[in-house]
Design a protein around this ligand. Sequence first.
Ligand code: FAD
Length: 440
Amino acid sequence: MDARHRVVIVGSGFGGLFAAKRLKRADADVTVISRVAHHTFQPLLYQVATGILSQGEIAPATREILRRHKNTSVLLGEVTEIDLTGRTVTSSVGPQRTVTPYDSLIVAAGAQTGYFGNDHFEPFAPGLKSIDDALELRARIFGAFELAELQAEPAEAEAWTTFVVVGGGPTGVELAGQIVELSRRTINRDFRRIDPSVSRVVLVEGGDGILSNFGPKQSLKAQQQLAKMGVDVRVQMLVQAVDDEGVEVRLRDGSTERIASRCVLWAAGVSASALGRQLAEQSGAGLDRAGRVQVNRDLTLPGHPEVFVIGDMIALNDLPGVAQVAMQGAKFSAGKIRARLEGKPEAAQFDYLDKGSMATISRFRAVANIGRLELRGFPAWCAWLFIHLLYLVGFQQKLSTMGHWAVAFVGRSRAERTFTLEQARGALTHERHARTPDPG
Ligand SMILES: Cc1cc2nc3c(=O)[nH]c(=O)nc-3n(C[C@H](O)[C@H](O)[C@H](O)COP(=O)(O)OP(=O)(O)OC[C@H]3O[C@@H](n4cnc5c(N)ncnc54)[C@H](O)[C@@H]3O)c2cc1C
């Protein structure tokens, strides 16, 4: 008798998790390997960073989500090597090394924060991609107010209460909006020496406007809304240096400006998982500038119909790095594997259905583009609320998220303000150390 077909899935994000879900009833043994033991709902990371939600609400254990999938195993491990010829995936946790063979492979290792060749910015301007990042940002944001309270010099206190968010995409806008709300609504009465409500939040964007993917009208409205809330939106500015003392930005006319800030957050770019390079080198597939793999139209690697690459790792038809691309790619690739196993005809190419995009600006305000419909303000925020609750994984998580939203949006409080100096990675004491690089 033939051995059962083995499917290995790399990653437990939107792509990996949805692929595993689609393979629940497949006649195959499925193994999900991920460097984290949870599924991260990245769109709400900024709420963990700003004390609204806890990490458990947006990152349930993968093992728990898949516990009813009798054909599925979940392994913790950083995938360091994919051997396309030997058809194995090597992963490790510390000295523990595991080699997992496969017949079909789905690689959904996502992306990481990208600094456009300036990786040395990272210790001074961390990004927001993982639960670790969110907890670090939370420690840096809440810690900055604590340090401001300790300063004798007003200029020093001002530098600690100046927040620079780099990148005017949805993540940058959401972070800037939440920091300003936090300072004006939540902690405004908690300090004795400083007044958090006069803290400065600067949103720096290199292009002509923020939220450029939403079109000029939405971009302008969002910018006006942020300005009304107190965010200093600075467009056509590129960050050219970041250090302990702040950022240096270059304007279009070539002049430079220095913004003194002890809390700089990076939301400006992404680069695909370094596993993409390995796959490209072995298969001859191309890579784009962000390290994304140029896959075939059916999401497979050239010469390897058994290997699918999905989600943030792919460069195909200018598809954006959004959750729907990963989820639909997962459904497509799992569907192809199932069709092969069942001897049914396979879909020839991946057709993406754009279901729209949205970003929150503050409580009760968002922008949403759904087809030709452009929503703003409260209706857009309601759409955002509904969609995020719908896709958040786990009933318990949805329930407690709603509770925390009521606390933060209807009330003025934030339930998750806990942070430690350890999480701030020395940012509050100026002892810098970089994160372990992605080994790919
Ligand atoms: C802050 C933020 C906000 C966002 N907001 C939105 C939004 O509002 N709407 C939207 O549609 N999209 C949003 N996105 C984008 C969306 O989250 C991504 O497009 C989506 O997560 C991509 O799914 P993926 O499966 O390709 O990668 P991910 O979801 O990133 O999953 C990658 C998985 O691979 C694992 N992994 C990575 N490398 C390795 C390795 N070497 N070995 C083992 N495991 C590995 C990771 O731990 C993770 O489990 C946001 C992203 C961020 C960061």
